[in-house]
Design a protein around this ligand. Structure first.
Ligand code: KG4
Ligand code: ZN
Length: 371
């Protein structure tokens, strides 16, 4: 039996206020990608947080509260649909900054109650994890690298709700490291694009920065020591010459970016081997990326090289769907509803790991406690 669902998704767990309408089809309890994205509206908050060099939770929550109504109305208008055409509402219920998550959940509850619609709570990380199915119709199982400002995980996506973590950061997320390095060098926020721009004219070999955890087996990563090494190199230069020249900034950015790319490439290659061992029958397994850091060309290059060497097919969803958005939340909600999960009471969960059996990860990022 074929099911078709039109879902309104709502996302407000970090610094994007987003709503989207997605149509999903499924057969015998399994959603079949790609989905049809009828609209995807995202209001960013970068301007509100730029002066602070990072996301300020209270400011984020207030901005979500002010904009949620508007973004939902825009998503419906762009889809050319009224609420009556929506089958169910999916909202991010965690993990994330609690103020933002609560704001989204309350808004979604209100709309669902008012319009008499079913409501389902979605794990934000599951939204990212299932994006390759929404955009490219990728079949289970596949390997996912999620690299953003709040997350860094290598996950074997083996089925809906079946996630096996093969590696993750033990401290900072890579985007967080980019943001901190940018701040230390006096560059703007978010730092990733700024660092990439400066790195383009820099010498990646000038500073001998560490490649953290490379000497340890497995696919876990660490980026906080790398960031400290950049501070030390900066301080040495400032002590020696009284300040930084533009060339120094470019070389520091290039050396830092090269170190991150090398570590991510090598650790992803290890995760590919572990994935193959779990799924020996697959001919050309997929490695997909998600998260804002996937925008970085050096990192993407390192991943594509690793994929080629390991016989994997690299899938990179369009950037607007790699970063936080509500289409992925609508899709994840649709997958769950098609699989027969009953909608019902939605509660906010600030901490909500994808792989509940995995040991918790130490540290806390800009999205609050790491999942
Ligand atoms: O996925 P995302 O939009 O938000 C979450 O953190 O969930 O990712 C934003 C992060 C920021 O830390 C930003 O600096 C980083 O992604 N980023 C980049 C680039 N573009 C964005 N990092 C490195 N290179 C880039 N070009
Ligand atoms: Zn995210």
């Amino acid at each position: 039996m074929t099911t078709e669902l039109t879902i309104l998704g709502i996302e407000s767990s970090c610094d994007e206020t987003a709503a989207a309408v997605v149509r999903a089809r499924g057969k015998v309890g399994v959603a079949q990608g790609p989905g049809a994205i009828l609209s995807s509206a995202v209001f960013g908050q970068e301007d509100l947080h730029a002066a602070f060099g990072g996301v300020v939770p209270e400011i984020a929550a207030r901005a979500h509260a002010e904009r949620l109504d508007l973004v939902v109305r825009r998503a419906l208008a762009e889809a050319g649909l009224g609420l009556d055409a929506i089958d169910a509402i999916a909202v991010t219920a965690g993990p994330g900054l609690i103020g933002g998550v609560l704001t989204g959940v309350m808004a979604a509850r209100g709309i669902a109650a008012g319009a008499g619609k079913a409501l389902i709570g979605v794990n934000h990380l599951e939204g990212h994890a299932l994006t390759p199915r929404l955009t490219d119709g990728v079949d289970y199982p596949y390997l996912l690298l999620l690299a953003s400002g709040g997350h860094c995980q290598l996950i074997a996506v083996e089925g809906l709700g079946r996630y096996h973590r093969l590696g993750s950061t033990i401290d900072d997320a890579p985007g967080e490291a980019f943001d901190k390095v940018a701040k230390m060098l006096g560059l703007g926020f978010p730092g990733g694009p700024e660092v990439e721009r400066r790195a383009a004219s820099g010498d990646p070999a000038r500073f001998d920065l560490p490649r953290p955890l490379m000497d340890r087996p497995g696919a876990d990563m660490s980026f906080s020591g790398l960031k400290t090494a950049v501070v030390r190199a900066r301080d040495r230069l400032v002590a020696a010459q009284g300040g930084l020249f533009l060339r120094d900034v470019a070389d520091l950015c290039a050396s830092f970016q090269a170190a991150v790319a090398e570590v991510l490439g090598a650790k992803t290659a290890r995760a590919m081997r572990a994935f193959r061992a779990r799924h020996p029958g697959l001919e050309a397994p997929v490695i997909a990326v998600a998260g804002g850091v996937a925008a970085n060309r050096a990192l993407r290059g390192a991943l594509e090289d690793a994929a080629r060497a390991e016989g994997f097919r690299a899938v990179a969803p369009p950037l607007a769907l790699c970063t936080d958005n509500a289409a992925m939340i609508a899709w994840a909600g649709a997958e769950r509803l098609i699989a027969g999960e009953a909608p019902g009471e939605v509660r906010a969960r600030p901490r909500w790991p994808l792989d509940e059996s995995a040991a918790p990860v130490i540290g806390s990022g800009r999205k609050g406690a790491k999942a």
